[in-house]
Design a protein. Structure first.
Length: 157
């Protein structure tokens, strides 16, 4: 029988042959139980994190919010090609997931500021790593993304 650290047994799964493990040495398979969070099913921890940052618009929003809080209209102007519907949906999902905070000021017209939560700040190194990997893989395909960005910046000046 395998030994477990105190208090860890509840996180483990009983598998064939009665073993308790996230990785079953007898069955030689990785046990990945489904997890439900806010009525959403996740098949593993990576799936959960990708659910937080996945989609076309969440990472560009988070990337901008790492530098400063933004108003809705600033995000809309700063992210090319995003529709109001998609920006609203992405911000709502990020807020529901506890990644972004929304602060509403009682003014006319209403002022709404979006900012990263502590949970959101913890996602930035992951997004940075994914971005860097994407740049490397694009270079392998003959696409110099950083050069393209520099050229776009010159056009806007």
């Amino acid at each position: 029988m395998l030994k477990f650290p105190a208090g860890r047994r509840e996180n483990l799964v009983v598998h064939q042959r009665g073993c308790y493990a996230l990785y079953c040495p007898y069955c030689l398979i990785l046990i990945m139980p489904d997890v439900f969070i806010n009525k959403n099913r996740f098949y593993n921890p990576v799936d959960y994190v990708l659910g937080l940052i996945g989609g076309t618009w969440k990472t560009p929003i988070l990337w901008r919010l790492q530098y400063k809080p933004f108003r809705y209209s600033e995000l809309e102007r700063d992210i090319p090609h995003i529709s109001q519907k998609m920006l609203t949906r992405a911000l709502k999902e990020l807020e529901q997931d506890g990644v972004v905070s929304k602060k509403v000021f009682a003014e006319v017209p209403p002022k709404v500021i979006y900012d990263l939560t502590e949970k959101g700040k913890r996602l930035i190194p992951l997004i940075t790593s994914l971005r860097n990997l994407g740049i490397e893989l694009m270079l392998e395909e003959g696409i110099d993304y950083e050069k393209m960005v520099r050229e776009e910046m010159k056009k806007k000046q």
